[in-house]
Design a protein around this ligand. Structure first.
Ligand code: RUB
Length: 269
């Protein structure tokens, strides 16, 4: 395949959410841009997923650093994150997560490999079911995981109808902002329930997801919600949601484990 074809394929897969999650999107977009580093490519890649500052941040870094140097960051940041998360997980923890975050999943798999015993509650994440992807990957890594429908989040989080006490919530992030975090739709609801139930919420995310710019929240195709819906029905499909920083106990990034204000100081320095 020639460079343009590869570029087009990556762009299409990002747009169609075949490549998903902030980290994977940024990594693939970086590769596509390294093939054709023009203003047009930049604008095209930038337009694909408006709620992804990591994508923009990595493309901007290409001004001063080589593709290979930037690429190294993804794994070295993940290695550090894994070690911080490992220390935080206690044996017999029940940890709740939502959607599919590579930063979260890799850290959980690392903890399991290093001998921690814990289990996961996970919500399926309508309409595209990225939660099922998470469940499959965790199961493959021999981590005990229970799948819930999104609307059972309250039951899963608050020890009802036979569910266990949840000790922690781990969520990924698409954008780390001054006022809080943007992540998959449902994250705001989950964070509010967890906060009200005094369950600690940690965001596990590479610090390159930080931006001081305004981040639009992507609305996705209505067909995802209801294919062949009756005519004249109004549908909305918000893909992302804001979590106010007051709900968040800590941000676990390659910079360390910090409360929100400390994280902001670190990331800006
Ligand atoms: C994925 C999602 C993930 C973040 C972080 O949404 O919200 O929690 O992107 O993921 P979508 P990662 O499937 O719509 O892209 O840790 O992989 O960067």
């Amino acid at each position: 395949m020639n460079k343009q074809k590869i570029f087009n394929k990556i762009a299409k897969d990002i747009k169609e959410v075949k490549i998903q999650g902030a980290r994977n999107i940024a990594k693939k977009a970086l590769y596509a841009y390294s093939l054709i580093p023009t203003k047009n490519s930049y604008e095209k890649l930038f337009s694909l997923r408006p709620t992804e500052p990591m994508l923009v941040n990595v493309l901007n870094k290409m001004e001063k650093q080589s593709y290979k140097e930037i690429l190294k960051h993804f794994d070295s940041a993940q290695d550090k994150i894994n070690k911080y998360v490992f220390k935080l997980i206690k044996n017999n923890d029940v940890i709740f997560t939502h959607c599919h975050s590579t930063n979260v999943i890799n850290a959980l798999i690392y903890a399991k490999k290093k001998g921690k015993k814990f289990e996961i509650y996970n919500t399926e994440t309508r309409p595209l079911y990225q939660g099922r992807k998470t469940t499959r990957e965790l199961k493959k890594a021999r981590i005990k995981v229970t799948q819930f429908i999104d609307s059972a989040a309250m039951i899963a989080l608050t020890k009802k109808q036979g569910t266990k006490k949840v000790n922690k919530v781990f969520l990924g992030a698409d954008a780390l902002l001054k006022e809080g975090v943007i992540n998959k739709v449902g994250s705001g609801m989950i964070a509010k329930i967890a906060y009200d139930s005094k369950i600690l919420i940690y965001i596990i995310a590479d610090s390159w997801k930080y931006t001081n710019k305004k981040v639009p929240r992507e609305q996705r195709k209505l067909k995802e919600v209801w294919d062949k819906a009756p005519k004249n029905i109004k549908i909305r499909n918000p893909a992302f949601e804001f979590i106010p920083k007051k709900y968040i106990k800590g941000i676990i990034s390659e910079l360390g484990v910090f409360d929100y204000s400390e994280f902001l100081k670190k990331v800006k320095s």
